[in-house]
Design a protein. Structure first.
Length: 156
């Protein structure tokens, strides 16, 4: 299937996709702040520049987009155009993510990955449940934790 817009238009559209301060990231930050948590943003001295860092809890939170990070959920579909390019790019992103998680954990930090599908629901209940799981993890959680949407393909 061919693209419905020309290369210049597609390039302009793709350039508008942000890497920081995305809507899902802002939702997580807002929920944490409402619960009284204080944090730092995009610490460059930590592997992978975590989106949200809570030094008091030695916790790093990555808010990952399901498409860009290859999450196996209903929001992720392999593109039908330039398949080899996208497969390489997304697999490299996934590999880099894993390396960054391992590095930051080895530095004594805890890691939580909040997937876009867990907070992009139209249901406030689903969003609230995801944020409750995040705050529970902050207080008593393990070294690595993922918050995924209900439609996650590998969920039991």
């Amino acid at each position: 299937m061919t693209d419905i817009v020309d290369t210049a238009v597609r390039s302009r559209m793709m350039s508008k996709i942000k890497g920081k301060n995305t809507k899902p990231e802002k939702m997580v930050r807002s929920a944490l702040h409402a619960e009284g948590y204080r944090f730092r943003l995009h610490r460059k001295d930590l592997p992978g520049n975590p989106d949200i860092v809570l030094p008091k809890y030695r916790a790093a939170i990555y808010v990952n987009g399901c498409f860009w990070h290859g999450h196996e959920c209903p929001l992720f579909k392999w593109p039908k155009t330039r398949e080899e390019f996208w497969k390489t790019k997304i697999l490299e992103n996934m590999h880099r993510d894993q390396k960054n998680y391992q590095k930051i954990i080895s530095m004594g930090w805890r890691v939580c990955v909040v997937w876009e599908c867990s907070i992009r629901s139209r249901s406030n209940e689903t969003q609230n449940a995801s944020m409750q799981r995040l705050t529970e993890w902050l207080n008593v959680g393990s070294s690595f934790y993922e918050i995924q949407g209900l439609g996650h393909r590998n969920e039991v």
